[in-house]
Ligand binder design. Sequence first.
Ligand code: NZQ
Ligand code: ZN
Length: 389
Amino acid sequence: MQNYVHAIPTKVYFGKGQIERLPEALAAFGKRVLLAYGGGSIKRIGLYDKIMALLHAGGFTVTELSGIEPNPRIESVAEGVRLCKENNIDVILAVGGGSTIDCSKAIACGVFYEGDDLWQMIVTSGGFSKALPLVDVLTLSATGSEFDGGGVISNMTLNEKLGAGLTYPAVSICDPTYTFTVSPYQTAAGSADIMSHIFEGYFSREDDCELSDGIAETILKTVMKCTPIALQDPENYSARANLMSCSSVACSGIPEYGKEDTGWPCHAMEHELSAYYDITHGVGLAILTPRWMRYILKKDPTALPRFVRFAKNVFSLTGADEGALAREAIDKLEAYFKSTGIPMTLQEVGIGPEHIEDMAAHAIQVGRLDRAFVPLTKEDLAAIYRMCL
Ligand code: NZQ
Ligand code: ZN
């Protein structure tokens, strides 16, 4: 078990009705608010009106940044920075999913960035910098952005999508009822993302991190239990609430206590897919994960014991043939993703072989895949992409 240092400064208000805490949470930082949101779902679900009523009653001045894209663009970050500077904003209020929260984190840091090119802030971000305070209201269970300090921003001109250490939300309001309206597609994709955050740390060389592995296995089982319920019965509070808790914990670093950084290989590969083809993050991960698993198992037989543990503890598989156990667990995972309605090939999401070499090369260049559970080369990544076609 490795040493670790961990601090999460985010205060989470979880559960029904916690939105009433919003005025108090914002007022701690000032009265001039930048309200940031996406393409309009918050208006359709009535949350926008509710928030505006609270803000007006509380005497806040509101500037709006709307239209933040899924896979948020650097241009939206720039627009948000401009609005913050022009309106002397005290605090950013992000209302939405991971894209809106990530974009808001970058805006919060961008206000203090001294260079001319905000994309360079993302490229060079090595840690946390000075930022405006950020409060968020989460509407989609997926990324964990509500409880971590990272953000992922896209530059479609350069075909780059990069994660950066930015800033933690000061306050996250996590009311599962706001996720009742999330589409089946985004619900399934969000759940795949939560699971991938677990896989990225679970498949590591440390075998003595019982707490981390136990949390990881519980999250995987919880997500696979609750997602089909949420798909069948979108307003099932218990299922939505469990998914929301899993979202926050899975990407928080807690399931990786005591583990070495693995370079998060599926995320490195997925960010390339999104950068070239603008696909939904969780869908890309679901397509990649079973293929990555089969590939590394074949490449390095010393990976087998981890897969056997996964098979036994997550899928309750039994049997003496360890190779068969591992293969069955991967097949079951793929079947689970399929059962939630996720397209399971790249062709189904409009991706062909044309950029495989470029994506593999770039993922190696910006990633840390030499330290992965099974270290990966450019040729390995290209082979995994091809397995997904
Ligand atoms: O834009 P609006 O109209 O709000 O609609 C969104 C969007 O179309 C919709 N939606 C959100 N809440 C809804 C809703 N629709 C109905 N009812 C609701 N309550 O869902 C769509 C997707 O939203 P988005 O925010 O893009 O999804 P998600 O939360 O999955 O975020 C994905 C982004 O986060 C990054 C991904 O790469 C991607 O850019 N990630 C961020 C991480 C982090 N900060 O730690 C880690 C992750 O690994 C991930 O990379
Ligand atoms: Zn993710």
